[in-house]
Design a protein around this ligand. Structure first.
Ligand code: GTP
Ligand code: MG
Length: 194
């Protein structure tokens, strides 16, 4: 019976500008990639489901804008989020520093049970790597969070990232529908907004 149950979870993506948050979401939701993805303005909302052995997880995804001018909007999107993907770019050490400060902020001000995944994106750019896998992995282990390296460009580990998160989310806690929509949001699936 539980296999037909659909569990809704609010998921937020956070991280510096240009690390590839929107590209990861677009790869996951539509299996597309754009070399010239526009910076996000405000935030974008999309949904996608993940089929697990025992259940179906429907992610209600807030893809936030990483540009500094949108920084103060972030709490509106991470408030009430059951899951968060914090993204850095493996070729940009500052973005890893930024990711660590997002982890701290979520641990202090996010939902106490929020499940966090750290994604080292642009893993296809190995020759330009500046953040070692081991460094990020030990940081993630110390903080009890998931860590994967991904490439939105070649799709490596993108589905796995969302599936691993989906697996870690509690399937028996009630999920109030309103928590998925902190702002006025479109009701249609797979649509950008804001
Ligand atoms: P903001 O919306 O400003 O916060 O940026 P963002 O984190 O959403 O970054 P976005 O997805 O717009 O990607 C920025 C640029 O990085 C795009 O032009 C992409 O083509 C490029 N990019 C994203 N992911 C990858 C990847 O996995 N590999 C490579 N090589 N480039 C990537
Ligand atoms: Mg974006």
């Amino acid at each position: 019976m539980s296999s037909s149950r659909v569990h809704h979870f609010k998921l937020v993506l956070l991280g510096d500008t240009a690390v590839g948050k929107s590209c990861l979401v677009v790869r996951f939701v539509r299996d597309e990639f754009f070399e010239f993805q526009e910076p996000t303005i405000g935030a974008a909302f999309l949904t996608q489901t993940v089929q697990l052995d025992e259940s179906t997880v429907k992610f209600e995804i807030w893809d936030t804008a990483g540009q500094e001018r949108y920084r103060s909007l972030a709490p509106m999107y991470y408030r009430g989020a059951a899951a968060a993907i914090i993204v850095y770019d493996i070729t940009n050490p500052d973005s890893f520093t930024g990711a660590k400060s997002w982890v701290k902020e979520l641990q202090r001000r996010g939902d106490p049970n929020v499940v966090i995944a750290l994604a080292g994106n642009k893993a296809d750019l190995e020759s330009r790597r500046k953040v070692e896998f081991e460094e990020a992995q030990s940081y993630a282990e110390e903080n009890g969070i998931l860590h994967l390296e991904t490439s939105a460009k070649n799709a490596n580990n993108v589905k796995a990232l969302f599936v691993e998160l989906a697996k870690k989310l509690p399937k028996n806690a009630p999920q109030p529908e309103r928590e998925a929509f902190p702002l006025a949001a479109p009701q249609n699936d797979n649509r950008n907004c804001c």
